[in-house]
Ligand binder design. Sequence first.
Ligand code: NI
Length: 169
Amino acid sequence: MILTIRKYPDPVLQKPGEPVAVFDDALRSFVADMFETMYAAQGIGLAAPQVGDSRRITVIDLSCGKDPAQKMVLVNPEIVEREGRIYEEEGCLSFPEIREKVVRAAYVKVRAQDEHGTWFEAEGEELLSRCLQHEIDHLDGVLFLFRISGLKRDLALRKIRKLQRAGEW
Ligand code: NI
């Protein structure tokens, strides 16, 4: 089932997610819906708050549905190591048409549970590193627009208000 993607300034996007304690069929079905929603929107990452669910769940697939080996489900993820620095353009399904350069760690190691509750570790560099940090930020209620300079953020917020007035947001 395709879920509705919440756009900024929906308050759920800035609310920290609750840890997941129950790993049941309902959770797995929700995870499947998140993948379906992400693919329909041609995204590479989606966090539960973006579909209005304040739980610490995110899905990532850099292949956008082309390579099942790249599907990642991260429940209750935490960054346990970070190294280096990159500065690249990012987008977000909750901010259509907005792209901004964000400073991120070039490498991260994360610890998370899968949809069955099993803990695992995963590492990411470059795009995957950025994606992991962007999605885990969502679970803390942190949006990428709040990781850029105030001046750039004001310009982006102005663009959003303009799109809202035009009924295009
Ligand atoms: Ni995002």
